[in-house]
Each structure stands twice: as structure tokens, then as C-alpha cells.
Design a binder for this molecule. Structure first.
Ligand code: ARG
Length: 458
């Protein structure tokens, strides 16, 4: 017999039970569901809606149910549809009919919203911590590469040399913004919907503030209809998660490129690489590829949830049961990616010589030649043209800028002097960008300090 079977003359079809049940996945919420019920029953006792004795019996029963679910001793069944009904059923089995008083002044609609928020609060804390670990790994590599110069790219064409530390810190800032977003979303997650009932509130003299306090919520949701039908916090989380995945995926793409034979800028540790079943020489950056690939499913969950919610009238609709799997999967996907990422970054070998060699064999110091001429009083637009012609000449002669003789330089501009060779060296080019946020070493050092401060405040 269903807990809500009173109004029915026939049992539901087995197919309906299977189709509508959420217990297969919402059993993940068991501990949160019971935590919420414990707060609710304490409030029922305090407000004299049930007796103190009854509240005590129910709380004890809930604790037993919790441990039985945890140990796997309790049987969760699809016949009871979801975690909420299963827990109530188990409670009644444990303490008898008094267990039926637990649901006084409450609906599964406010209950499930509560469980989701409790789950997400923990997930946010865990993910922020994992993101910090990735940041720390990036910082360690940045510190070890304060003198490592590699080509910076735009359009994936060599553009200007940068410090490798500068490049890595760019990602540390992205993850900092991700952490800021998750931290900000916390205040919208951290509100208690309990007491909204099915949609309109309840006739019992409940104390919503007390329940919220018990569960360490900052506040209560102010509108009962909104409280049970709001899943903005899930969508917001999926959106934040999509951004995190996108950032990870961009870094993955660079790791994949850099570890190719064509770039050969880094080598991922054996522990974080895989081989080929056929080609014995292969060492593949599978982890980076898979993290990049899994971005698709996180975006998918965001689109899925936006679409599920878009046409729903107030208040609760069964459609909303679709909010869970995408959220759980997103948390698990990020957990997996972030846990691997920190050690993968930390252990990667940086081929400093290859990087340095690359900037010596390109025209990424061309802007600096133009800037040099500006220093000699030539307007930038003119110096840009002179430099362009010089580079074209170099390409024809199969030379790099620093391989030109002073005579050759002077054939393009009489203003060039012998100091040009030092001016165009990779070290000088990097150090010349001594502007806030630039790639000069002292600027990157300042940056390291401020990102470290930001990380410590997370
Ligand atoms: N399993 C449901 C869900 O996840 C719980 C709420 C069901 N409420 C209801 N009135 N059918 O959304």
C-alpha cells in the first residue's frame, strides 16, 4: 500500500512505478533528507505540534534509518518512488504509526528543494577546495618557471614571447573567478525552503526560522510558491560548472598541443598518460582529452535543465524531478577532472629549452623592433611598416631579425644602432613589458603575490 494510497481504488501499474520512481538516483540524498527531517521534527516538538516524546521517538527512529541506509541494510524500493517516501516508510517500520507524524506541516515539494540545497552546499565547498588545489599546482609550476620563455600566440600564430609562469597564471585567475562565482552562488543556495509545504504554506504553527537555524541556513525563502518551484540555484550551479569545464577544456587543449611532437613544450608524467593498443611508441594525453570531452556533457546538463524549467507553471511539477541526475553527474564530472588536474599539472615536465629555442627561431620580437624605432622618434604606423618590410626581407633571406647585420638593419632605417641586438633578445623583449599585468618578471612576481592572497582568502 502506497503512503498516499487512500484516494485510489487500484494499485499503480508496475510500469508507472518504474517510470516515475526517482529512488535509483535520489538515494544519494538520503543523508540530507534525514538531516532535514531531524530539524523538522525538532521544530514540530518545540512548537508543540507533536509532543516532545513523539519528537524524540521519531528522531531516534530517523537515526536508526540513517545508519541502516548507510550500511546497506535498509531496502530502498521503487514502489515507494523516491528517497522521501522510502525514508518515511522505513521510519514507520522502525517506530510504528507515530512515525507517520513526521510529515506534519511538510510536503515532499519543500522537502526535495531542501535536500537539493543541502546537497549542493556540500558540493560547492568540495569543488571550491578542489579548484584551490588546481590553483596551487599552477602556482607551483609558475614559480618553477619564472625564467622560462615561450612564444605567446594569437590566432595560434607566434605573436610575442611570454613567461611560461605568466601563461599558467592566466588559468589561475580563471579558476579564481570560478571560485568567486561558486562562492557568490552560495548565498542563493543557502536559503531554507522548508515550511513552504506543497505550495501555499501550512496550517500548523511552524517555526521556519528555527528549522533554518538548525540546518545553518542564512535565511528562509520568502515566498512559498517560489520556494518549491525555484531551481535557479541548480541552473546557476550548472552554469558555473559549465564555465569551469570550459576553462579546464581550454587548458586541456593547450596540454594536448604542447605535448605533441610538433610543439614538444611539455611532457605529461607517465602516471597521467596512456598508451596505444597497437602503436607501441605512443604516449597519449588521454586525461586532458577526456576532460575536454566531458565539457560537452556538463553543457548538456545546463541546457537540459534550462529547457526543463522553461515552460513550467507554478508551483511544483513532476518535471522538476529531472533536476537531480544532471546535477549529480556534473558534481561527479568536475570532481573527477579537478582531482586529476592538480597532480597532472604539478608533475608535468616543462621542456624549457624547447620553448626557448622556439622564441629564438621566430619573428615574435618584431613588435619590439617597431617599438625600438618609435623610441628613435619614428611614428608607430611608420615603424610598423618598416618592420613589416624587414620581416619580409628576413623571410626571403631565411634569417631571423637578430641574424641581420647592422648594415642590413640600416638599409631599412638609418636610426638602427648596435644596441638593437640586445633589445631584440627574448629576455629583453619579455622584460620590456613592464606594465601592470604584463609579462615582465617583476610584474609576474607581483601577480603571484596577489593571486596567492586571493587564494588564501577563498
Ligand atoms: N521525487 C520528487 C522529486 O524529485 C519529490 C517531490 C515529489 N512531489 C510530488 N508531489 N510528487 O521532485
Amino acid at each position: 500500500m502506497k503512503l498516499w494510497g487512500g484516494r485510489f481504488t487500484k494499485p499503480t501499474s508496475q510500469l508507472v512505478d518504474e517510470y516515475t520512481a526517482s529512488i535509483y538516483f535520489d538515494k544519494k540524498l538520503a543523508a540530507y533528507d534525514i538531516e532535514g527531517s531531524l530539524a523538522h521534527v525538532a521544530m514540530l516538538g518545540k512548537c508543540k505540534i507533536i509532543t516532545t516524546e513523539e519528537a524524540k521517538t521519531i528522531a531516534e527512529g530517523l537515526n536508526i534509518v540513517a545508519s541502516k541506509i548507510e550500511s546497506g541494510e535498509a531496502r530502498l524500493s521503487e514502489e515507494h518512488e523516491d528517497i522521501h517516501m522510502n525514508v518515511e516508510k522505513l521510519l514507520i517500520e522502525e517506530v510504528g504509526p507515530v512515525g507517520g507524524k513526521l510529515h506534519t506541516g511538510r510536503s515532499r515539494n519543500d522537502q526535495v528543494a531542501l535536500d537539493m540545497r543541502l546537497y549542493l552546499r556540500d558540493a560547492l565547498v568540495e569543488l571550491i577546495d578542489l579548484l584551490v588545489h588546481v590553483q596551487i599546482a599552477l602556482l607551483k609550476q609558475a614559480k618553477a618557471n619564472m625564467d622560462t620563455i615561450l612564444p605567446g600566440y594569437t590566432h595560434l600564430q607566434r605573436a610575442q614571447p611570454v613567461l611560461f609562469s605568466h601563461h599558467l597564471l592566466a588559468y589561475a585567475w580563471m579558476f579564481q573567478r570560478d571560485i568567486d562565482r561558486l562562492t557568490d552562488s552560495w548565498k542563493r543556495v543557502n536559503q531554507s525552503p522548508l515550511g513552504a509545504g506543497a505550495l501555499a504554506g501550512t496550517t500548523f504553527p511552524i517555526d521556519r526560522g528555527f528549522v533554518a537555524e538548525q540546518l545553518a541556513f542564512e535565511d528562509v525563502c520568502e515566498n512559498s510558491l517560489d520556494a518549491v518551484s525555484d531551481r535557479d540555484f541548480v541552473i546557476e550551479f550548472l552554469s558555473d560548472a559549465s564555465m569551469i569545464s570550459m576553462h579546464l577544456s581550454r587548458l586541456c587543449e593547450e596540454l594536448v598541443q604542447w605535448s605533441s611532437q610538433e610543439f614538444h613544450f611539455i611532457e605529461l608524467d607517465d602516471e597521467f598518460s596512456t598508451g596505444s593498443s597497437m602503436m607501441p611508441q605512443k604516449k597519449n594525453p588521454d586525461v586532458a582529452e577526456l576532460v575536454r570531452g566531458k565539457t560537452g556533457r556538463v553543457y548538456g546538463h545546463l541546457m537540459g535543465m534550462l529547457t526543463t524549467l522553461k515552460g513550467l507553471p507554478l508551483a511544483y511539477n513532476k518535471d522538476m524531478q529531472e533536476d537531480k541526475e544532471g546535477m549529480f553527474d556534473t558534481v561527479a564530472t568536475l570532481r573527477g577532472a579537478l582531482s586529476l588536474f592538480a597532480p597532472m599539472i604539478e608533475t608535468m615536465k616543462v621542456n624549457k629549452d624547447v620553448m626557448y629555442n622556439a622564441v629564438q627561431r621566430d619573428y615574435s620580437n618584431a613588435t619590439d623592433f617597431a617599438d625600438y624605432l618609435v623610441g628613435k622618434g619614428i611614428p608607430f604606423r611608420e615603424s610598423h611598416a618598416i618592420t613589416g618590410e624587414t620581416v619580409l626581407y628576413c623571410i626571403k633571406e631565411n634569417k631571423y631579425l637578430t641574424e641581420l647585420t647592422l648594415d642590413e638593419f640600416q638599409s631599412f632605417s638609418k636610426k638602427v644602432e648596435a644596441d638593437i641586438y640586445h633589445f631584440l633578445s627574448p629576455e629583453a623583449v619579455v622584460q620590456a613589458r613592464n606594465v601592470l599585468g604584463g609579462t615582465a618578471k617583476n610584474q609576474v612576481n607581483n601577480q603571484l603575490e596577489s593571486i596567492t592572497q586571493a587564494i588564501n582568502m577563498n
